[in-house]
Design a protein around this ligand. Structure first.
Ligand code: ZN
Length: 194
């Protein structure tokens, strides 16, 4: 039986491959923004926790745009992983910048002019790197606020794992309600297994 991936109700065939859920007031099908129709109470398919792909891929992170972050397939766990990684890269960039600045401050009198120029040049470029990742981080934080109404302060690896495991567990539970209409309630009092 074709069912709605949101509420588990039986859906009604509208035309072709488009099904309508009257309870949720959505149409489901191959081209629907709400997704595909379910079968016998199945839930939305998990788009995949692509966290492993994101990790440490600076090119991927650097090219991310607001548009890409806003799309439906960019899940909460993806956004969290991206944000976690960007914060890390940014703080590394900050440390490098600070070290270079501190070094120049300490050795300003001892270094020849051409070396000082070289250092100042590299500090400038490290400053630009730091600014780049700061703006990227702000971008992700604010898309989080826009999209989810929430932006976490710190993200632990453990909480990402928990998020993933919980979602997989929930998504595997089919949505079926034991019918109580035809059964004798005084006999059948078992609770629905969850
Ligand atoms: Zn529904």
């Amino acid at each position: 039986m074709k069912t709605c991936i949101y509420c588990g109700s039986k859906v009604e065939l509208l035309s072709g491959e488009i099904y309508k859920c009257s309870f949720c007031e959505v149409n489901l099908g191959p081209n629907s923004p709400y997704g595909e129709v379910g079968i016998d109470g199945t839930r939305p398919k998990i788009d995949g926790f692509k966290t492993g792909v994101v990790l440490r891929d600076e090119d991927y992170l650097a090219e991310l745009s607001v548009k890409e972050l806003m799309i439906n397939s960019m899940t909460l766990s993806m956004m969290y992983s991206i944000l976690k990684e960007m914060r890390l890269i940014r703080s590394e960039a900050y440390l490098l910048l600070k070290e270079a600045k501190d070094f120049l401050k300490l050795n300003n009198d001892k270094l020849p002019l051409d070396q000082i120029n070289q250092f100042e040049h590299s500090i400038k470029s490290q400053g630009e790197t730091y600014e780049f990742w700061t703006r990227k981080m702000w971008m992700v934080e604010n898309v989080c606020i826009k999209k989810f109404g929430y932006c976490p302060a710190a993200i632990q690896e453990r909480s990402l794992d928990q998020m993933e495991n919980t979602t997989i567990k929930v998504s595997k539970k089919t949505m079926k309600i034991n019918s109580t209409i035809n059964s004798n309630i005084s006999v059948s009092r078992e609770t629905v297994a969850t």
